[in-house]
Design a protein. Structure first.
Length: 189
């Protein structure tokens, strides 16, 4: 898995940048309407899903543990598409949809980090990303009445933190790939 992620470190970095941009947009205008949040989240989830799917299948023949990344990407893509197909979802349905996405994505990221622990140092970053995703999902389920504004701020802050951590991970993967000859230049964005 280390070689796959190292060769695709650019996709991880791009996911991080997109997450930071999404989070910054959300935090700078917390009074954003629920409809705009639906479309922003949908676009973010689709981009995240596409990048994760590409990362998972690019070198699937060389890596037996690519399925957790693929599942995470497919889930993100499906949830993103669902937000565009059914924009009239209620605030509570969207809240629970986002919560489920965050929890499942977090579990998949922790599973990937556990496999990476024998390959690279710094896999704790991916564990932290996974834990933050799970915490966000649990908080959204535990406090559904907190209001749309609070949810927007939580999601924005989450996206910025996740984006920064994914950038850290991307550059650690890039460094590891250069040190171990993983051919990072061929697949970097």
């Amino acid at each position: 898995m280390g070689n796959v992620l190292a060769r695709n470190w650019g996709w991880v970095a791009l996911r991080g940048v997109i997450a930071i941009l999404f989070g910054a947009l959300t935090l700078t205008n917390p009074a954003i309407s629920l409809a705009a949040l639906v479309f922003l989240f949908g676009g973010f989830a689709i981009a995240d899903g596409v990048f994760t799917i590409v990362s998972a299948i690019v070198d699937r023949r060389d890596e037996p543990h690519w399925v957790s990344l693929l599942v995470s990407g497919i889930l993100s893509l499906c949830i993103g598409v669902a937000t565009f197909v059914m924009p009239g979802l209620t605030a509570m349905a969207l809240l629970f949809l986002i919560a489920a996405w965050a929890i499942v994505t977090g579990i998949a990221q922790i599973a990937a980090a556990i496999r990476l622990r024998k390959v690279i140092r710094g896999e704790w970053v991916l564990v932290l990303v996974g834990l933050l995703s799970i915490v966000l999902g649990v908080l959204l389920i535990a406090f559904p009445g907190a209001g749309a504004l609070a949810v927007v701020v939580w999601i924005g802050a989450y996206a910025v933190v996740i984006g920064i951590l994914e950038l850290v991970l991307a550059f650690r993967l890039r460094k590891w790939g250069h040190e171990h000859g993983a051919g990072t230049a061929a697949h970097a964005v």
